[in-house]
Design a protein around this ligand. Structure first.
Ligand code: ADP
Ligand code: MG
Length: 409
């Protein structure tokens, strides 16, 4: 089934075509007709499967229809998301899709001047995207009247709960009109998520994609055994062998992110880091540079990257294995998104083997191992430009040494 066969407006079909979306992904195929028919839905689908458009397409279409009969301008749909980055990212998708329609979307985020955002709402917005905390704020300030909304979307519900938004959402429920259509999206499901979902949806259609395998079928993932101290050489080699490839490299801590970046800098590889210690604006800038390809290698910690959708990330490297098994899925889900394919490689050291076992239990499947022959392993260390034991760099160092000393004085 192609998008042009759907009962959606020609304006939407036109923007879908421009985006290069020809046919729906599995989750879109299952959700869009249900949403268009007015059903509440509860959808569980792996990261990268195209959940945003799964609700954005029908939502825009239904709002276009509604606006034909409704003159009054007010917020008709609210999309709740766990982070500001996601709010902006989803807003971009809505703006892109609604380009040829009169549907207006705004994202309300903290950390930046709120006034222009409020002006925007006053000027007339149909769809509002924000974190539950922000939405609560707007309701209290009487800027937003939730009783008037027709559609509610919860995106990345699991992540919202992990970020401690449970209480906020519970409170928000009391402000919502009884008659509304609710779309609940999550990458994973457990009892708490189910409880929250059933407090919000009514007689929902449940959609779940291949529940047995939490990794999207578009991601080819494997593990290689590397000693902790040798990881940087393997990263160097991988990057140098794939110079034009967009890669995300995951590390365990902020300190390690900076350390790996330094190690790469020493071998003339440009990278950027993203983690919780960075200012919000810095994080936006780094992501933008990565999006447009100015930065090819982004080194990240877990928190800073969930749900982030960057086009054309071909490789995910787990430089360190994640502490929490579930994060393995979120990390490698940064590649192989939509209809594209991706690769993920995890560096596992001796001391990380227990974590690897936990991840495999979580996945209910062993991860493929990429064997490295002893000679290949040694070669990887030897070709590094940062290898103090190879004669070339020893010579180079010797030549630079007096110069450096002179500079210091
Ligand atoms: P999820 O929310 O499930 O993690 P996203 O909504 O962020 O996934 O979509 C992942 C990627 O897939 C995005 O880059 C998006 O542009 C792309 N995508 C979504 N739907 C389609 C489609 N029907 N055809 C091609 N690409 C798509
Ligand atoms: Mg998403």
């Amino acid at each position: 089934m192609k998008f042009n066969k759907y009962h959606i407006s020609p304006e939407l079909k036109r923007s879908l075509e421009e985006l290069g979306f020809k046919k729906p992904t599995d989750i879109q195929f299952k959700s869009i007709p249900q949403i268009l028919s007015g059903q509440d839905i509860l959808a569980i689908a792996q990261t990268g499967t195209g959940k945003t458009a799964a609700f954005a397409i029908p939502l825009i279409s239904m709002l276009q229809e509604k606006k034909r009969y409704q003159q009054e301008q007010h917020v008709k749909a609210v999309v709740m998301v766990p982070t500001r980055e996601l709010a902006l990212q989803i807003q971009d998708v809505f703006i892109e899709l609604a380009k040829y329609t009169s549907i207006k979307t705004a994202a309300i985020i903290g950390g930046v001047d709120i006034d222009p955002q409020l002006q925007e709402i006053k000027a007339g917005v149909d769809i509002l995207i924000a974190t539950p905390g922000r939405i609560m704020d707007l309701v209290h300030k009487s800027i937003l009247n939730l009783k008037k909304i027709d559609y509610l979307v919860l995106d990345e519900a699991d992540h919202m709960l992990a970020k401690g938004f449970y209480a906020d959402i519970q409170k928000l429920i009391t402000f919502l009109p009884r008659r509304r259509q609710t779309m609940f999206f999550s990458a994973t499901i457990n009892e708490t998520i189910k409880d929250l979902a059933y407090a919000l949806v009514s007689k929902p259609v449940r959609i779940q994609l291949s529940p047995k395998d939490p990794v999207s079928k578009n991601v080819d993932h494997a593990v290689i055994y590397v000693e902790m101290d040798d990881k940087r050489f393997f990263l160097e080699r991988l990057i140098k062998e794939h110079p034009e490839t967009k890669m995300m490299v995951f590390v365990r801590t902020k300190v390690r992110a900076e350390r790996v970046a330094k190690a790469m800098e020493r071998v003339a590889i440009a990278t950027a880091t993203i983690h919780g210690d960075k200012e919000q604006q810095d994080r936006f800038d780094v992501l933008d540079d990565f999006r447009i390809g100015k930065i090819k290698v982004l080194i990240a910690t877990d928190v800073s990257s969930r749900g982030i959708d960057v086009k054309g990330v071909d490789y995910v490297i787990n430089y360190d294995l994640p502490d929490v098994a579930e994060n393995y899925v979120h990390r490698i889900g940064r590649t192989g998104r939509g209809v594209s394919r991706g690769k993920a490689i995890s560096f596992c050291s001796e001391e990380e083997k227990t974590i690897l076992a936990e991840i495999e239990t979580y996945l209910t499947n062993p991860i493929k191992t990429m064997e490295i022959r002893h000679t290949e392993y040694e070669e990887t260390l030897a070709i590094s430009e940062d290898n103090p034991h190879d004669w070339k760099s020893l010579l180079k160092e010797a030549a630079q040494e007096p110069l450096k000393k002179r500079k210091k004085k």
